[in-house]
Design a protein around this ligand. Structure first.
Ligand code: AMP
Ligand code: MG
Length: 403
């Protein structure tokens, strides 16, 4: 049995980042950048008015009211091409380039146009530099604006668009195949007969894999048939970067996953983790490179082990700089039971107290098959191995669940 942190380390070590590809900007949301992104222009690209009003020379409006001749107009997208002379003003709109000769903008609210717009009275003085943003004061051409490994979110879409990234270099999305084992399983659309249950794991696993950036395929059930299981694994491995199996990794008579992997020549990196729930988790690699996670079938075990291990591997594949589960600290709102030899990862709700501290409240649940209670969990509370009881009020590590 190896500690959870060691298992995570092995996952990171044994997983290779996937190659890069280019996608259209509109398709890039949620993808991970494969290279750094650079500015191809200054921002702003010209001295840009920040107000609607008049571009003026501050020297002309030291004494107010100052009457200036309106010699033109500058709008966003169509500037005024002349040079402002003494005693002149140009009507200007937000986003327009500041005309040559002007050193400031006065907002329209403290001005008054006279004589059919040919003269403006400026009622308040300006400072040089007022109400416009200097060219390149935000970003200089050639500057790095995003880094490889950053996930493209809505705000980063704007950055990519502004610097002309009509297509974006991203990591290829991992292809994950999800395979449920167990003779007891029926499809969601069926009514379970005696001794049967509906398959829920392949849906939660597919969802978690999608949330981690994978393109997911759900394979037909393998039952508890060693031959079928072997065949399905072999076929899926030809097209998948990762295979996620649910069930069949315990010590029962019908737990055939490890035997199937062995028959296919897989290299096993670990098969017992000091984790509760999730001890019999298997991590292996098939001869052609497909990674395999064999997760214990209990619905909560499946979710916990996927998010600790398989999600980490999907993040490594996409070149995320810190792929491992992100640990935060929280105050325990209620005592949590630990175990002698295994770290416990217990479902918990999160909130904040009046001092703004993160609170974790372990859920009342019926163990690793209680997926209904688990559905209300926002995070997992970590109780280290050997800690019998983590007291209410103590500070614990928590790992947020995605989605
Ligand atoms: P196993 O790991 O195969 O021993 O399964 C452990 C428990 O999880 C058993 O009670 C199974 O019925 C249940 N289980 C296995 N696979 C699934 C699944 N796909 N959906 C829901 N429950 C499952
Ligand atoms: Mg089973």
């Amino acid at each position: 049995m190896i500690p959870v942190t060691e298992a995570v380390r092995i996952v990171v070590e044994r997983t290779e980042p996937l190659g890069a590809e280019r996608v259209a900007l509109a398709e890039a949301l949620g993808r991970v950048l494969a290279s750094d992104v650079f500015a191809d222009t200054d921002l702003p690209p010209f001295d840009r008015a920040q107000m609607d009003g008049y571009a003026v020379r501050s020297a002309d409006v030291r004494e107010t009211p100052a009457r200036l001749r309106v010699v033109g107009e500058a709008a966003a997208g169509s500037g005024w091409r002349g040079t402002l002379q003494a005693g002149e003003a140009v009507r200007i709109m937000t986003g327009a380039p500041l005309p040559k000769g002007a050193d400031s903008v006065q907002q329209v609210e403290v001005t008054r146009e006279e004589e059919d717009g040919s003269v403006v009275s400026i009622e308040r003085a300006t400072e040089p530099g007022q109400f416009y943003i200097t060219r390149a004061s935000e970003i200089r051409e050639g500057e790095r604006v995003l880094e490889a490994g950053e996930e493209i979110n809505a705000a980063r879409m704007a950055v990519l668009a502004s610097f002309g990234y009509a297509s974006v270099p991203v990591r290829r999305r991992p292809r994950a195949a999800v395979l449920a084992t167990g003779t007891e399983l029926v499809q969601v659309g069926e009514k379970p007969g005696e001794d049967q249950i509906r398959d829920s794991n392949s849906y939660s696993l597919a969802a978690y894999a999608q949330l981690a950036g994978a393109v997911v395929e759900r394979l037909p059930f393998a039952g508890d048939d060693p031959e079928l299981l072997r065949r399905e694994i072999e076929q899926a491995a030809a097209r998948a970067d990762m295979l996620v199996l649910s069930g069949g990794v315990s010590m029962g008579r019908y737990d055939f996953t490890k035997a199937a992997l062995h028959a296919l020549g897989a290299e096993t990196f670990f098969e017992r983790v000091a984790l509760r729930p999730g001890k019999p988790t298997v991590f292996a690699r098939l001869p052609r490179g497909t990674l395999v996670f064999g997760l214990p079938g209990n619905p909560v075990s499946v979710s916990v082990t996927f998010n600790l291990f398989a999600r980490t591997a999907l993040r490594v594949m996409q070149g995320v700089p810190r792929p491992e589960p992100f640990e935060e600290r929280a105050v325990l709102a209620r005592p949590a039971k630990g175990a002698a030899e295994r770290a416990s990862y217990l479902p918990a709700a999160l909130s904040t107290d009046s001092d703004g501290r993160l609170l974790a409240e372990p859920l009342k649940w019926g163990g690793s098959s209680d997926f209904v209670a688990f559905a209300r969990a926002a995070a997992l509370v970590v109780v280290p191995a050997g800690v019998k009881l983590a007291e209410a009020g103590s500070v614990v590590k928590v790992v947020r669940l995605p989605g």
